[in-house]
Structures are given as C-alpha cells and as structure tokens.
Design a protein around this ligand. Structure first.
Ligand code: MSP
Length: 501
C-alpha cells in the first residue's frame, strides 16, 4: 500500500516559525509511522511563492518576489531538515515542472467546460488572497484571520464554476464521513457548502506574479489554485524521468483551520472538474498559541524553532508540541512549559528509565538479556498496544496516541519501583524473578521505543541501537525472546540549566 502525506506549502513572505514547523513535524510523525507499518510512503512539503501575499511583501522590502522566494525558500528547507522531517521532496511553486503541470490541469478544467469569463465584485483580503463571503467578514469589515480592513475589489477575469459542484461535494461528504477530520471541522466545511457555493475567480488580471493562464496570457492563475495543485504536480517531476502520480495519488493532507475552505471545498471540486481523483482525506489541526494569541510574525510573538532545537534537540521540540497541545485543538505553548516537560518527562520518565534498565542488565546479567517470560501484570497493560496505537494514528490522533505510550512508560517506572531489582540481585533464590523483571523491562522499553520512533526519531534510534534491535516494525510485548547483547547508554536527554526564569 502507498501513503502520500503533505503539509501546506508555506508562503515565502517571512521567516519560518514554530507554527510552520508544527505542521511539518505532524506530517513527519505520520510519514514515519506509516513507514514502520511497511507502507510505501511519499512525504511532501515546500513553499508557495506566487500571488499577492508574496508580491506585496517583496514590494515592502524593495525586492522582486523572485528574490524574496530565493532568499526564504532555503530557510523553509532548512527548517524541515532542522525538525528532522523525512520529506521525500521539497516543492517550490516557481519550479518549471510545477508551472507546466498547473497549466495542463487548468486547461483540462477549461476544456471540460467549468470556466467562464466574468466580473466579480466583493470584499477582499490581500493577505489571504481571498474574497470573503458575508459569513466570513468580521466586525468593522475586517478579515477574521488577519484583522486588517477588507478592500472592495472588482475584477474582470476567468471564473471557476464552483457552484455546480455543490451537489457532488455534498455527495462526497455523505459517502466519505472521514473525508475531513476531526468531525467538528468536517461540519464546518459541510455547512459552508450547504450555505450555497458561489463561483470563484480562477485568474487575476492585475497581478503579474503568477503562472500564466494558458489560453489568456494577460492573466495569471489565482494563487490558491496554483498552490493547491502542488500536491498533484510534485508527483510528476519529483523523480527525474519518472512519474509517481499512479503510485501515490490521491494524497492525505495535513493543514490548520485557517485554510480549511480552500482544501475541503475548492480543492476537491477543482479536482473533480479536472477529472482527477479527490484527496484520500485531510486532517485539520489547530493553532499553537503564545499566551492568548496565534503565533505569527506580524504579532511578534514567535517562539523560534531553530533556537529551541539548538538547545534541546529536535526530538524534544517534537515531543513537546504533540504532548502539550491536544492535536486538532488550539493550545498554548511556552518556553517554561517546554523546559518542564523536557525535564520531567523526557529526562526523568523516559531517559532515566532507559539508562537504569540498561545499566541493570549490564551489571546483573553481563549485558545479556535473560530468556524469560513477561510479567503477567505488565503483559496485560501492554496487550494490544500496537493495534490501539495504529488505530489512533489512522485517525491522526497524535496526542492521544502519544499519551497511551506515555502511560506505559510510566507503568514501567512503577514496575521498577515495585520489584526493586537491586534487592532481587542480592538474593540467589530470586534469580528467576530477576530474569523475568529484566526481560520485561527490556521488552517494555523496546515496544514503547518502537512506537515513539516517529515522535523521537533521534533518541529512539539511539536507544534501539543500545537494545540491539535492528527491526523497526512495531512489535507487541514478548514477541522477542532474550539472549541479545545490550549496551549501556548515557543520558538520552541530558539535564540543562533552564534558559528562562
Ligand atoms: N500558502 C498557503 C497554503 C497553501 S497550501 C496549498 C498558506 N501559507 S502559510 O505560510 O500562511 O501557512 C499556513 C499554515 O502554516 C497553516 O495552515 C498551518 O499549517 C501552519 N501554521 C502557521 N501558523 C501556525 C500556528 N500558529 N499554529 C499552527 N499552525 C500554523 O496559508
């Protein structure tokens, strides 16, 4: 089976921040988990470089949009590498291969009779590159996302007949109840569709920074259609001389609520119009907040992912974001909260457990894992964890799945305290019980670490190496016997002097 997962492509109108990193890390957790399940995964991220949001920023900075993109796209690429994203390709919408394919698909939509020429007048947000419907206008005639005043715009251009896809979209939502998850986002999208859909602009006349409309070079393709198409076009040129579309399309998209309408309404309609298969599904997550507000460049409340990673490593940041903020909901993050979870959970719960257990096997059994049976109580708590965990990740419940594993990590810590292996080691008659305790702990560590691998790719690799585990597939407790040699391990998450406070 193949699994194709995408992040939004980020506008090159500012430096990447933790909000962008969050989406990329989330998609990476899914990609890594699916690889562990033996799926043939393709993971895409990249940058959105056309349209007004970029052109306007370039103007403010006195550079061309091309120059701005050339400066910032590498920063987003670095960010992906920095958070340890395992993406298979990085798309830039300025790529030749993308533009060519966009034109082909748009031409197809035109040939299929879904495009006409007309005039549009309405309230417009240049930062969203979006005409707002009445229900999307905030108090004082402002954009609910950016808080800026909307401008009255009239445009002569090409239109996409979105209105004629109302019924097909309603049918799609009825037939595929999990097309958009979580449910409350699905309902939001569906009620937007049910309100009645108006046709949308497919092109822009004034703006020159975009992909030319194939049958009318005076116009460029509206940035949202060019951008959405990245998910489809990338497959056609990501690997030289090879078209991956057949192998991987349709995609599973990951994005935040700000761009729900484009992905859950415009995008499937546009694909239908082109005669292409609609996405496999999409998951909508919330915002990371600093204090009460959305983290954003313009609000100046950005927690820099580069700094955090330099200090604590990418695993710590990944772990913190998914553990702290219930995935799908908005949630606040803070430097203090980050440091505290690092200390209590990564360093103490998990890192100490690992080094203690390895040290005990080294000391009491010369580094060889005893052949034994798992302790029945622990076996009971671990029972079915792979199935439970996988089912949660199938629903992209990144936080609930992580919580499940963490409960087991804590259970193992309690097991150490309850069984006191250091006392058992003093008593020859308890040799069998000590074997069982050590075997159970090693198995518990192996099983939890395999599950944690997508969240903590660097430390999990280190620990699996020390456990002598070569396989990366998920495993239930007790599925491996003893006899293997382990190695001692230093601190997985070394203690650091706090940076705050
Ligand atoms: N270029 C469009 C997307 C086109 S996709 C075909 C765009 N770009 S963006 O740079 O504004 O990125 C928006 C996305 O970045 C959000 O949907 C979300 O995935 C991520 N985030 C940006 N800020 C965020 C937070 N504060 N919190 C969580 N995610 C955030 O829109």
């Amino acid at each position: 089976m193949s699994f194709y997962v995408t992040t939004p492509i980020y506008y090159v109108n500012g430096e990447p921040h933790l909000g962008h990193a969050y989406s990329t890390m989330a998609a990476d957790v899914l990609a890594r988990h699916m690889r562990q399940r033996g799926e043939d995964v393709f993971f895409l991220t990249g940058t959105d470089e056309f349209g007004e949001p970029v052109a306007q920023q370039a103007e403010r900075e006195g550079v061309t949009p091309r120059e701005l993109g050339d400066r910032l796209a590498p920063r987003f690429k670095e960010m992906a590498a920095k958070v340890n994203a395992s993406n298979d390709f990085f798309i830039r919408t300025t790529d030749e291969g993308h533009q060519k394919r966009v034109q082909e698909v748009v031409q197809q939509v035109y040939d299929n009779g879904h495009v006409y020429e007309g005039t549009y007048e309405g309230w417009y947000c240049p930062r969203c590159a979006d005409f707002k419907t009445d229900s999307e206008i905030a108090e004082g005639n402002t954009c609910p996302i950016h808080g800026i005043e909307l401008t009255r715009e009239q445009q002569d251009n090409w239109f996409f007949r979105l209105s004629s896809f109302q019924e097909p979209l309603e049918r799609l939502y009825a037939e595929r109840p999990d097309f958009v998850i979580p449910d409350f986002r699905r309902n939001e999208a569906l009620s937007f569709i049910r309100q009645g859909l108006r046709d949308v602009s497919l092109s822009r006349p004034k703006l020159k920074w975009g992909v030319p409309v194939p049958w009318d070079p005076e116009q460029v393709i509206y940035v949202w259609f060019d951008a959405l198409l990245n998910y489809y076009t990338a497959l056609s040129y990501a690997r030289e001389g090879k078209d991956l579309t057949e192998t991987y399309w349709p995609a599973f998209h990951l994005l935040a609520k700000d761009i729900l309408k484009f992905h859950a309404v415009y995008w499937p309609a546009f694909l239908m119009a082109a005669g292409l298969e609609v996405p496999r599904g999409m998951v909508i997550h919330g915002y990371l907040l600093m204090g009460e507000s959305k983290m954003s460049k313009s609000l100046g409340n950005v927690l820099d992912p580069f700094d955090a990673i330099d200090r604590y490593g990418s695993d710590a940041l990944r772990f913190y974001c998914f553990r702290e903020v219930s995935f799908g909901r908005d949630g606040a993050v803070s430097a203090a909260g980050f440091e505290s979870r690092y200390e209590t959970e990564l360093a103490n719960d998990y890192g100490n457990l690992a080094s203690r257990v390895l040290a005990m096997v080294d000391r009491y059994r010369d580094g060889t894992v005893p052949n034994s049976e798992a302790d029945p109580a622990i076996a009971e708590d671990f029972k079915g964890i792979v199935t439970r965990f996988s089912a949660l990740l199938d629903k992209t419940e990144l936080t609930v799945a992580l919580d499940e594993v963490w409960t087991l990590v804590r259970r193992l810590n309690r097991f150490v305290e309850e069984t006191r292996p250091w006392d058992l080691a003093k008593d020859e008659d308890e040799a069998g019980r000590l074997d069982q305790v050590l075997y159970t702990l090693i198995e518990g560590l192996r099983v939890t670490t395999l599950l944690l691998l997508p969240y903590l790719p660097v430390s999990a690799e280190r620990l699996l190496g020390a456990l002598g585990e070569e396989d990366r597939g998920l495993a239930e407790l007790g599925s491996r016997g003893g006899g293997q040699q382990i190695e001692r391990l230093g601190q997985l998450f070394p203690k650091l002097e706090p940076a705050t406070g």
